[in-house]
Write a protein that binds this ligand. Sequence first.
Ligand code: TEU
Length: 551
Amino acid sequence: MRLTDTSDLWWKTAVFYNLDVKTYLDTDDDGVGDLRGLAQRLDHLAELGVTCLWLAPFYPSPQRDNGYDIQDYYGVDPRYGTLGDMVEVLRTAHDRGMRVIVDLVVNHTSDQHPWFQEARTSPDSRYRHFYQWRDDVPDDAPASMFPDAEDGVWRFDETAGQYYKHSFYRHQPDLATDHPEVREEIAKVLGFWLELGIDGFRVDAVPFLIDGDGGPEHEYLRTLRGYVSRRRGAAMLLGEVNLPYDEQLAFFGDSDGDELTMQFDFVANQRLYLALARQDAAPLRDALLSRPAIALGNQWGNFVRNHDELTLDQLSADERDEVFEAFAPEKGQRIHDRGITRRLPSMLEGDPRRIRMVYSLIFSLPGAPVLYYGEEIGMGEDPRVTGSRAAVRTPMQWTDAAGAGFSDADPDDMVAQVVAGGFAPQHINVSQQRHDPGSFLRFVQELIRTYRAAPEIGWGELAILDQPHSCVLAHSVTSELGMLVAAHNFAPDGRTFRIDVLGADEGWRVVSLLGDDPAPVTLDEGGFDVELGGYGHQWWRVIRPGERRIA
Ligand code: TEU
């Protein structure tokens, strides 16, 4: 992409919010959330300050992998509503100033997809080459991503008389994405949703999509991105690439950044949890220092939690054990030997200072924050669901009612049970927090407001600032738009220190952004003194002489 005009790079400063229609709001009390319910709650999201929704897969699906097993790329699962309801959601979101991206899951289809059903019938089927077939299992076959469910990635299909590849579950055959006809079909899918008004795609499992046996490489990602941009100038691709930074870099493309528009920062995410476990900011500090520079049009997606397990696969075995011990002491809270099935607030035992510190930090790092539904009220996982990602896929907690205000259906008919225990809706819900000025919801709303008023976070460059405490992360983000300084304390006791502002000059001032003291402080020899409480957090705006910005 040539960047002549940067006004349409909306994702640089967007606030993303991922939700799954089926667990959001059920308007017909059949126990399954629906698009009409989502439409009704768009005002909650707009009020919160969200600027882009990411809708988890809502397509027709046998639901054996939470909808990531797609049977028809052009439809809406009838349990959620119709395509017409989807257009209403889109229109209403756009009316409220929110964009909408959807999951693009084209590494594989469901085995119930007509292409696969047809492909397996005969080697001469016109869909046979849509998938990857072999007569035997290759010696160098990779291990399955789901080792407790699958013992490999090749499975013999009796009907087909051959092995097919499945990088994920056996019911998710991998598409042959290097085949021109498959690519043409994928292009049509993208074209369909773009024409309906979708603003981009969260691209599932990208390294699998462009890798594999004789698979296409980065040139295909470039093609996809080019196609998306041609069809809709301001549309983007947010890719799921859980790899080390140096490998991730290639997925942004060359110096023009012409492949994935955005990628989640899995490295910083995993290092964040190690830092929390150690009560020492060093692991995260080191990660951020090694975070590569990206092209102007690209962006990092910063997140605390997503819909999968909290994967710790990029930590060493010892580091992973430290995090397991601190935050998932019970075996049932772990999965695949690499991840945790809990949400942050429960891992931090509900400590408000610590939870707020983490969200403040995520919003202050260069990039665009990506929230997972329920994070705005501090939802926890369902402790009764063990060893499964389903623990964090529970109904959104709107009220303190038995059905969480999500649904009045019989609990047995509900798509997922409402969380029980200390994080149940009686304790954690939107209604109650809306009315409480000290609530977590109000805190997140304020954080989003402040992030949106500080575009330097999305556009700026990160610097880690020197100060004497390893438990503290002090950083600044600087761009032509302004400068922000932030400090976060990973330890339970308070710390005092001095922050020297990079490049500070005569007359520079700082003003606290998240606190309630609006008085600017003039820098003293280029720095200022900071008092940070236990697990404390602070943001400051740097005001240079002549700048008219307000706090
Ligand atoms: O995930 C792909 C994927 O690579 C992760 O699930 C990975 O296993 C995890 O990050 C640990 O490293 C996507 C979806 O997010 C997931 O829900 C689906 O199950 C999966 O694709 C298959 O479609």
